[in-house]
Design a protein around this ligand. Sequence first.
Ligand code: GTP
Length: 389
Amino acid sequence: MPATIICIGMAGSGKTTFVQRLNSHLHQKKLPPYIINLDPAVLKVPFGCNIDIRDSINYKKVMENYNLGPNGAIVTSLNLFSTKIDQVLNIIKKRDFTNCIVDTPGQIECFVWSASGSIITEAFATEFPTVIAYIIDTPRSSNPSTFMSNMLYACSILYKTKLPMIVVFNKTDIRDAKFAKDWMTDFESFQDSLKNNTELNDETSNGSGYMASLINSMSLMLEEFYSTLDVVSCSAFTGEGFDDFLNAVDNKVDEYNEFYQKERDRIILEKKEKEKKEKDKQLTHLMKDLGIKDKNNLQNKDDIDVLSDIEDEIERDEKAGYEHGLIDLESSEREYTFQEDRNGEIKDDSNASDVAKNIQDRYQQAFESTAKVASSSVAEDIAKYIKGE
Ligand SMILES: Nc1nc2c(ncn2[C@@H]2O[C@H](COP(=O)(O)OP(=O)(O)OP(=O)(O)O)[C@@H](O)[C@H]2O)c(=O)[nH]1
């Protein structure tokens, strides 16, 4: 099964450049990937896309037609695209490739926190082993508070998507990512950096040390989160670290097949059971309204009298009435007191007006006892109909 890599990251973290480099790296290995661009606002894509959102959606027209700002137009474009995701997946399934790479908009929240983002991610994850590559701008994350913000974002994406994640420290040609890896593995080294950070501990700053202690406690909380991640450092500029990234993808695909797939199946099953329970609950309410005590006491669904059953019964009775004469409802079983004579005429052996009265009364009774839902006026109408009024 081809793996899908969804590239997510803050604006300017280097997602597009990363996808471009990954594309050429895979081409070098004679493993051409399938590339999808989901950023409708990008002016130029520096790689050949197999599917480009811009081919089907005009971002500027969306802004004009729906009177939206830049972010609203990105979300709306993604919404429009997500309506066709089934078709996109059908196309992809027919192609032969080892990796499908998805580039997402720089406005991270437009993709991660939108309904369409969830639909698109879910659709891929249902069809293929899917991995999130969270791209981080390493030089900009050298500040402990920026680093912590990035990590909190990554953590929220992990819990939102419930997919395996690789944290990619990009732009290592400018700054080595060793410091970040140390911070993620050694809590004390992060604490030391916090203490030495003058910006966070300066008494004249409005934080007055509060920020430092907050970040400190958050880093403790994130320790568990770090242990679930694969961390890779690379430079989309020089191409360094891309073999490590591909190894990490293989590792995460195995993890996906072993754990995430099962977890996803479990969640889907749980959802179905919940829906079934909800349906049962609604059915119980409905039966209560119909005056049926307990659905479990019913042998089969034919035991439930619904309006259509009663109508069928009335139809049968009417037919019987025309064929054999008027219906006598005296006993619980139906007996016919009218008989055809030799000439085919119907002979009445009872008083006609009494019979007519009885019919109306008894029809009313029988009708009410079998169906509380049927209104009495229906019974009256039927009786009138039989009497030929
Ligand atoms: N030095 C260096 N610069 C990089 C690297 N990767 C990306 N850049 C630069 O970072 C800037 C942003 O890169 P993009 O690839 O456009 O980033 P992006 O995340 O796709 O941007 P948006 O989609 O607009 O959010 C560009 O000027 C790139 O040249 C890298 O590995 N090293």
